[in-house]
Design a protein around this ligand. Structure first.
Ligand code: SF4
Length: 469
């Protein structure tokens, strides 16, 4: 059968549902994990909407539920399995409901088998790279009520798929997929395949469309954006791509993530500096996420990270030389196998030396099939104790750095109403700091200037100074 025939079967079903029920069947996609998964979920929702589904706010009452799962840490997998278990009673109440589980977790054979054997009410299981086949999978369930298991067998880049974005003013744009780095703790290369970059024409065209639709913040995504272009073989790299994107006229700001320190270049910093400093409306956000993972060179070697703390510090120094007020954030793994107290203290030293604006820290968890899983493990109690010491240190640094904003007027992209205080709006400044302030709801989706009056560890508070014209 052709793709069109699969789609027709699903559309007939959704049209029939509409005639009988007076409403379109709902689709709910729940996302676990990273921004790449969020971007993938927007594509899955987009495909379902094009097939005649309507976006639903929760699993309750949805006729199609898709769980897009994560495998980066064990905790994320256990959470996904537990919430999948809760779908059983919904399926019992509505046997026509279709349940799909996809993403990194089920791209691992052992997890796919777990879902296949222990969750018989899950109808479809597919991996990370075959979103375009969703109509085929759905038509199989609708027509034959068969269960479908489709591990990834190809990692082709799929262009032109429909997208239903969560936000009208913020957008993810994937510039590459997969990873070739094989850090010894990470499953990504096994579940998302080898590194492959999108063609620059496709990326530039997507960014142009987003800007013309009024999107204000575009985040370029990749497991390692700094190696963008390596699979295109024409010497066009990430810095070149940023340069071309910045030529697109409009009122928007560019962010990117994630950067591998071994591939971060001076050329990239120079392009950032040219498009972010001495400008009231910088094109590239003055913030850089640079995962350190560990401050011990021995541990970095065991992680297969291919940089030393010396290389890392030298890049940070170049970055701060060219963009003095840049905000730098990082990822740290605590308790990597064989990490000694001395190794850990070297990580604390790095936090003190770099003085990050923010960090994301994780307690190491074993990922089946990775080399680190076979190394000598650090006891859980030691890992937890180190984690809390590190958090205390970084919190004090973050608070100190946030205090420097008090008195400044910050340009903030207003994202919505604060989750903790419905009287306040919330947004992020260029440096990715969360800013709360009082203002009218009509400001959501636009830039505003906020005078900062108070600093806390994780956020800033201020007063609206002026709206951007
Ligand atoms: S760079 Fe390392 S940590 Fe990042 S996705 Fe690739 S293998 Fe995983």
């Amino acid at each position: 059968m052709t793709e069109n025939e699969f789609s027709s079967i699903v559309k007939e079903y959704t049209d029939r549902y509409f005639l009988i029920n007076g409403k379109r069947p709902g689709v709910f996609v729940r996302t676990f994990g990273c921004q790449q998964n969020e971007a993938d979920s927007e594509i899955l929702t987009g495909i379902a909407v094009e097939l005649g589904y309507e976006k639903a706010d929760s699993e309750n009452g949805a006729e199609l539920v898709i769980f897009n799962t994560c495998a980066v840490r064990e905790h994320a997998e256990l959470k996904a399995l537990s919430i999948t278990g809760q779908l059983k009673h919904l399926k019992n109440a509505n046997p026509d409901m279709i349940i799909a589980v996809c993403g990194c977790m089920v791209a691992q054979e052992h997890r796919l088998n777990t879902i296949r054997q222990s969750y018989p009410y899950v109808d479809i299981i597919f991996g990370t790279a075959s979103h375009s086949r969703l109509p085929e999978y759905l038509s199989g369930v609708i027509r034959d009520r068969e269960r479908i298991f489709s591990p990834d067998d190809s990692y082709e880049i799929e262009e032109g798929l429909p997208v239903k974005r969560e936000s009208d003013f913020k957008a993810w744009v994937s510039i590459m997929y997969g990873c070739d780095n094989f850090c010894t703790y990470c499953v990504v290369p096994y579940v998302r395949g080898r590194e492959r970059s999108r063609r620059r024409e496709d990326i530039l065209s997507e960014v142009r469309t987003l800007v013309s639709e009024g999107v204000k913040e575009i985040t370029l995504l990749g497991q390692n954006v700094n190696s963008y272009g390596k699979t295109l073989y024409d010497n066009y790299d990430f810095a070149d791509l940023l340069t071309d994107i910045c030529k697109i006229e409009g009122d928007y700001i560019i962010r990117f993530m994630t950067s591998h320190p071994k591939d971060a270049t001076k050329k990239l910093v120079d392009v950032m500096a040219a498009n972010s400093t001495n400008q009231s409306r910088p094109r590239i956000a003055r913030s850089f996420h640079l995962p350190l993972q560990s401050g011990s060179d021995d541990i970095l070697k065991k992680m297969n990270r291919h940089y030393s703390t010396e290389n890392y510090l030298s890049f940070v120094s170049y970055l701060r030389d060219k963009i003095p007020d840049i905000a730098i954030s990082t990822d740290i793994i605590v308790g990597f196998p064989t990490e000694t107290e001395e190794d850990f203290e070297k990580t604390l030293e790095m936090l003190n030396k770099v003085r990050y604006d923010a960090f994301f820290s994780f307690i190491y968890s074993i990922r089946q099939g990775t080399p680190a899983a076979k190394m000598e493990q650090v006891p859980d109690k030691v890992k937890s104790e180190r984690f809390s010491r590190m958090l205390d240190l970084q919190n004090s640094i973050s608070l100190e750095k946030n205090a420097l904003y008090v008195g400044n007027t910050e340009r903030v992209l207003v994202e919505g109403i604060s989750k903790t205080d419905s009287d306040m709006l919330t947004g992020r400044n260029e440096k990715n700091r969360l800013v709360h302030f009082k203002g009218k709801e009509c400001l959501i989706g636009s830039f505003a200037y906020v005078k900062i009056t108070r600093a806390d560890t994780y956020c800033l508070t201020g007063e609206l100074a002026k709206e951007e014209t």
